[in-house]
Design a protein around this ligand. Sequence first.
Ligand code: NAD
Length: 275
Amino acid sequence: MKNLRGRTAVITGAGSGLGRGTALELAKEGVNLVLADIDLAGAEETAAMAAAAGVQAIAVLTDVAQPDALEALRDVAEARFGPIDILMNNVGVLTGGRPEDLPIAEWERILNTNLLSVVRSIHAFVPGFLARRSGHIVNVASTAGLYAYAFDRGPYAASKAGVISLTEGLALYLKSKGIGVSLMCPGPMPTNVGKSLRAFGAPLGVRGPGADYVPVPPQEAGAMIVATIKANGFFVTTHPEPLFKRLRARLEDWNGFVERSAADIAADPNYENRQ
Ligand SMILES: NC(=O)c1ccc[n+]([C@@H]2O[C@H](COP(=O)([O-])OP(=O)(O)OC[C@H]3O[C@@H](n4cnc5c(N)ncnc54)[C@H](O)[C@@H]3O)[C@@H](O)[C@H]2O)c1
C-alpha cells in the first residue's frame, strides 16, 4: 500500500506503547485512525496527539478478550470512516511463573487475549478486505514467539508463536487476493507492557532475550511498521541482528542451542536462584 494519505487504520491496544507509536507514525502519513483500547483515557490521549498531526482520530473502548468486541469495533469504525484499509492487531499481555505453577485459567486468559482475539479480528475484518480485494493486516507477535530465552513465559510465548504461525498462513491466503499481511516481532521496547504482568508461584527474576538487545523506542518501531506497510513487506523486527544471530545458531544446531540456553539459565544468578 504505497500511498497511505486519506486511508483509515484500526489499531487495537492503541492507548500506549507500540500501538500509540504506530498511530502517530500513521498520522504523519495522513491516515485517519480508529484507536481501540481497554484503557479509554489512553486511547483518547493518542487520538488527541494524532489529531494534532492533522488527521481524524477516534478512541473506542474495546476489550479484545470479549467475544463480540472486534465485530463491534469494525461496525463503529465503518460507521465513522467507511471501509477500513489497515488493521493492526497489537494487544498483548504478559504472565509469568514456572510451568507447574501457571494455572490453566491463566493459560486460557492469555491465549484468549493475545491469540484468539487476532482470530476474531480476522473473522470480523477479512470478509470486507476480500470483498474489496484490498487492505493490509499487521499482526504483532514477539521475538519471544520465535525462540525461548526463559521458561516462565510459557503462555505468552505460545500465544505469540501462534500469532506468528497464523499470520504466515494468512499471508499465503491473502497476498494473491490483493491484501497485504505483515508480521511484527518486536524485541524489547520501553512501554507499559510490564504493568500487565501477573506472576504465579515463588518469585523469579526477570530474564530478557539478551544484553545485545538494546531497547527500541515504540515510535521508532511504529515507523518500521509503516515502512513495511508501504513496501508491502511481510516480516519486520526491531532487532534484526541479535534475533537473526540466535535463529541462525538454532537452525544450525537446535540440540546445541537448547543445551547452551539451559546451561546459561541454570547459571543465571538473577533468575531462578536469585538472592
Ligand atoms: N514492549 C516490549 O518489549 C514488547 C516486546 C515484544 C512484543 N511486544 C508486543 O507489542 C504489543 C504492544 O505492547 P506494548 O509493549 O506497546 O505494551 P503496552 O502495555 O504499552 O500497550 C498495550 C496496550 O494494550 C491495551 N490492552 C491490554 N489488554 C487489552 C484488551 N483486553 N483489550 C484492549 N486493549 C488492551 C493496554 O491498555 C495498552 O494500552 C503487544 O502485543 C506485546 O506483546 C512488546
